[in-house]
Design a protein around this ligand. Structure first.
Ligand SMILES: Nc1ncnc2c1ncn2[C@@H]1O[C@H](COP(=O)(O)OP(=O)(O)O)[C@@H](O)[C@H]1O
Ligand SMILES: [Mg+2]
Length: 238
């Protein structure tokens, strides 16, 4: 790995970087509506029909986040503290997202990771350097990676297969003379070594039924898999 960096600089390959700024961020979700399994009686009940029409005209929305602002510069690693009732904090020194369950940590991270589909609406300014979220979604989707809290993998693939696939799915154009396959191989080997997974290389990931790697190793596979995609922005929901 050590000899790659000087060779990369020599070849004039610039490492890519990206930052994100956000201001007046407001995320609205659909509020909890008591929904029961429909029956023939409830479908035909006129009271329910009136309620449905009301819901369509005035959906029961609620703010999950409001008034958030912040900046993450390229190369910076931040963690954000979040209180149970979100207020704007002006601490620009050590922002850390930590909050009690349900306070909206995942919502903030998903919004910054540009995964907005599940929310009713997202208002406010978010910029990825000079790019808007729409441009990011259209052209640079792979440059922001959201790593979810739970580890979802194909249980029958081995650690090596999982990582090689992740690495091969996003190889760069300039590879210092290596083929795409070689690049993915070298990257996988380096990551396996860094995260202490070499001994588990040929072990299946496993799940509740198939015996596989340990819980800690599985978490490390998730982290390594995310890093293998080489995105400039990584969002870690842990
Ligand atoms: N798409 C959504 N629509 C409506 N409410 C949502 C949506 N996503 C999350 N919520 C609610 O917003 C609150 C914050 O959720 P979340 O960000 O997942 O919290 P956490 O801090 O535990 O990660 C929760 O009360 C959750 O039920
Ligand atoms: Mg969460």
């Amino acid at each position: 790995m050590n000899d790659i960096r000087p060779r990369r600089d020599e070849a004039g390959v610039k490492p890519r970087s990206l930052g994100v700024v956000f201001r007046n961020l407001r995320v609205v979700g659909l509020g909890a509506i008591a929904s029961y399994q429909p029956t023939l009686g409830s479908i035909l009940n006129p009271l329910n029909i009136v309620g449905k029409i009301k819901n369509v005209r005035h959906p029961p929305i609620r703010d999950i986040l409001s008034g958030f602002e912040g900046v993450v510069r390229p190369g910076e690693m931040i963690r954000t503290f979040m209180t149970s009732c979100p207020t704007t904090s002006n601490s620009n020194v050590h922002p850390v997202v930590l909050g009690r369950p349900g306070s909206g940590c995942t919502t903030l991270l998903k919004t910054l990771a540009n995964q907005r589909k599940e929310f009713y609406s997202v208002e406010g300014d978010v910029h990825y350097d000079s790019l808007s979220p729409q441009e990011m979604r259209a052209n640079f989707r792979g440059d922001i990676r959201y790593c979810p809290e739970d580890d979802v993998h194909f249980p029958t693939l081995t650690v090596d297969q999982t990582l090689t696939f992740a690495a091969a799915s996003r190889t760069p154009l300039q590879r210092l003379g290596a083929t795409r396959r070689q690049f993915a191989h070298v990257l996988t080997q380096a990551l396996l070594a860094v995260f202490g997974l070499r001994h588990a290389k040929n072990t299946p990931i496993g799940d509740a039924v198939i015996r596989g790697v340990s819980g800690g190793e599985k978490k490390r596979v998730s982290i390594t898999e995310a890093l293998a995609s080489r995105s400039p922005i990584g969002v870690w929901d842990k």
